[in-house]
Design a protein around this ligand. Structure first.
Ligand code: NG1
Length: 455
């Protein structure tokens, strides 16, 4: 959502006066995108993640309206002007319309009564430079920007952690079921720091990043669109984790003599069961085995009918059912990725706190291997990018976000970043002709502070 070109504050103010003739902006609000450094596909399993806010953002020039009207425009011509009223019920536009992200923020703040009717509307002109469908959270940045604009228009403030939690729920209005990582890091990001984010309940803690290093983000040019095949694959992983959790709980209940009824895999973490990690994994492995499972086999093992299994595990929040994969549910591999990735996040935080960039890079590499081999979310383009990065000075390189396309993130000494970017251009981008190659598909970024007003 919302890409192409950066806009400085003055240019955006001028553009605002053209978009809304005779009007002046009251202020500017920005919200950054994010990159996840490690902790992939852990959030919906209740385990932590370690993202940072990046030097790519959405910027909005805005002013309150006199009534409850909202008028929004975008400097990117792909996103036409929209208008609506600040009132519940607030019907969404058709799926895929960018205006739904603005509506999502307004809807969430009204529904949870942080802003109460009669509320003031706003008009805003947006500009952004976060590549879309790249796993860099352009949509969360748009929701966060709009949330802050709507609050400001009504003279309200909100604790950033509570706001992150609210806006994560609010974004589900557009029909996706993301965790709370994206909005939290967009709001709470700190300069030079990653954030360790824990869930249920949402918590965030800054973690220093090693001085003299930066992160190169490289778009594969394969769009990891949340509305298509990538979404189906993502949802299948969510279902496989639910099933792995049910079977692992059964295995571990038998071994520990404690009746376990976890909602998600993090409730079976070895430290919560007071078991060594290797023993927990061994018990689960003995029960899950290496082979894929059919729904019949899982139902039998859990003492349920296939219909019960379907109702409990295959249904998404929007009521749709995730179909059974022809190759079966790969439960042990999915379990092993999530359990090992959660441990890598813990280790990564420790290594970063000691300033050990090389060890952190090794953990990024191990995370990538696990995403590729056990979670099966990589693709040839991501593999090519990771290989080039490692050959050209990256201490660690991995896919970031859901996978199936999208981007990679590579840890490099800042003085090697230019060389790496040149190598990526020669060995990867020059061989592809997709139009996105024109809009800076690879760039160096440091961690920046989270969303807020631009003075
Ligand atoms: P990306 O691909 O960056 O949008 C998705 C989820 C995250 C997390 C990662 C995998 C959404 C909006 N976000 O991220 O919550 O599960 O995949 O770690 O679905």
């Amino acid at each position: 959502m919302v890409a192409s070109g950066t806009t400085d504050a003055n240019t955006l103010r001028e553009a605002y006066e053209q978009a809304f003739p005779g009007e002046k902006a009251a202020g500017l609000i920005r919200a950054p995108g994010r990159v996840n450094l490690i902790g992939e596909h852990t959030d919906y399993n209740g385990y932590p993640v370690l993202p940072m806010a990046i030097e790519r953002e959405i910027l909005a020039a805005w002013a309150p309206t006199k009534d409850d009207s909202v008028r929004i425009a975008n400097r990117d011509p792909r996103f036409p002007a929209r208008s609506f009223k600040v009132r519940l019920p607030l019907e969404p536009y058709p799926q895929g319309d960018w205006g739904n992200y603005a509506k999502a923020a307004v809807h969430g703040l009204l529904e949870e009564r942080v802003v109460s009717a009669p509320a003031k509307g706003f008009q805003a002109l947006y500009s952004g430079n976060i590549p879309d469908a790249a796993g860099l959270s352009s949509s969360a940045a748009l929701v966060v920007t709009t949330g802050l604009v709507f609050l400001a228009a009504n003279g309200k403030t909100c604790d950033p952690l509570a706001l992150a939690d609210l806006l994560a729920r609010a974004e589900r209005y557009v029909g996706t079921e993301g965790g709370g990582m994206d909005q939290a890091v967009s709001l709470l990001g700190q300069s030079g720091k990653a954030l360790r984010i824990d869930f249920f309940p949402l918590r965030a803690r800054p973690v220093s990043l090693p001085a003299g290093y930066g992160f190169v983000i490289s778009h594969s040019l394969v769009r990891a669109s949340k509305s298509a095949e990538a979404r189906a694959q993502y949802n299948l992983r969510v279902v496989e984790c639910r099933l792995a959790c049910a079977l692992a709980a059964q295995a571990l209940s038998k071994r520990t003599g404690i009746a376990l009824h976890p909602k998600r895999l993090s409730e079976l973490a070895p430290e919560r069961l007071s078991l060594p990690a290797e023993e927990t994994d061994r018990f689960v492995h003995e029960d899950l085995g290496e082979n894929p499972w059919s729904s019949d086999e899982i139902a039998k093992k859990l003492g349920k009918t296939v219909k019960q299994l379907s109702d409990s595990y295959f249904r998404l929040q929007d009521g749709s059912l995730v179909p059974e994969p022809a190759s079966g549910y790969k439960l042990w591999r999915r379990y092993r990725h999530v359990a090992s990735e959660a441990r890598r996040v813990e280790q990564a935080v420790q290594k970063l706190e000691k300033g050990d960039a090389a060890a952190f890079g090794n953990l990024m590499n191990a995370s990538h291997a696990s995403c590729r081999d056990d979670y099966e979310v990589s693709c040839p383009e991501l593999e090519a990018l990771v290989a080039i990065a490692r050959e050209h000075g990256a201490l660690g390189a991995r896919l970031t976000g859901a996978g199936f396309g999208g981007a990679t993130v590579s840890l490099v000494p800042e003085d090697r970043a230019d060389l790496l970017i040149k190598a990526l251009c020669v060995e990867y981008y020059s061989r592809r002709s997709e139009p996105e190659a024109l809009i800076e598909p690879t760039f160096l970024t440091r961690a920046v502070r989270g969303a807020g007003a631009v003075l």
